[in-house]
Design a protein around this ligand. Sequence first.
Ligand code: ADP
Length: 396
Amino acid sequence: MKILVINAGSSSIKYQLFEMPGSTVVAKGMVERIGEPKSRLICVFDGKTHTSEQSIPDHEDAMDLILNTLVSKNLGILHNIAEITAVGHRVVHGGEEFTGSVLIDDRVIASIEKFADLAPLHNPPNLTGIRASIHKLPTAKQIACFDTAFHTTIPQVAYLYGLPYEIYEKYRVRRYGFHGTSHRYVSRRAAVLLAHPTDRVNLVTCHLGNGCSITAVKNGKSIDTSMGLTPLEGVVMGTRTGDLDPAILFYLADKGYSIDELNAMCNKKGGLLGISGKSNDMRNLTELAEKGDKRAQLAIDIFCYRIKKYVGAYAAVLGRLDAIVFTGGIGENCPHIRAGVCSELDAIGAILNPAKNAAKLAKEDDIQADTSRVKIFVIATNEEAAIAEDTYLLSK
Ligand code: ADP
């Protein structure tokens, strides 16, 4: 059974075609720069990367191009588009309504539209991808997998802010959390590595990519997470500030900054980019710091410090901690960041093995010292495989 996984962003659509069961990737790629004069299609199939450039005005055309590529005689990936039994869509915000993945119908579409109010940059392109997919593949089942779903188990004590209660009642202002598919995926894998049932493991999972979030997982369920109403809250990220004293915004508004300027400052110009003044990318910052750039080093130090604070806080919330998990582009590839986060964590029973941490790692590896009570894992995330699995289960 062939399942297509779609991750539609504002100017790109990423796709992966899976053979299920078994989650074998048949082909994958993306269409990027949708709406620009030179859009690009990438398709990786049979160990080769195929690239083409053309004008792709919108998501509907991008879906057309992806499907035409999948059935092109040239590549020979599929004979017929009808071989795709189901499509799994990544959807960022499912509000309080969606506690798991669902078959898409008119009611689900209306809800995703409603939650666009909470995720204006993400839900609208996700929906555009869904609509294009329904149009192009009318016989395939369409499934939505929400980034927020894994976090719907967070109790009220952790999701409510210290605002007047009616703000929650009126506007549903609360912590929702994101990256749920990734936190769920690595939690399940960590349970396998620990040889414990999923519903028995206590973890702190650190998803460190361009966006970063830390989650406390108790008995396999998310009980707290660092991102909030939006992905802005929590640790310092590539371009996002993470936690701030909210009064800073009132203070700067008084100095003449507009809401739009403050929004851009916090979401696009803050974080690693804002502190270093040079880059939001950890690879660049690491190189700069090695050459003696003090602000790049400061950005890296603040990044690690903030993550360590969350790990400590969540260890306290969990009571018993079985493992810390690192994932995402930075979590999987940057030993110096893992070392920075784990330095002096022996107070919570976590001790890194520096040699293991610095070695070339497999997709799933442990990097703790023999004397460490808490395991420390590096697990490559695979959100697409998790979406394919959900899609398969719901479309059988
Ligand atoms: P996204 O959140 O957009 O999915 P990623 O998970 O790919 O992003 O993470 C992007 C971050 O990971 C960047 O800061 C990048 O520098 C870092 N990164 C990705 N791959 C590597 C690598 N091989 N070595 C060092 N850093 C990496």
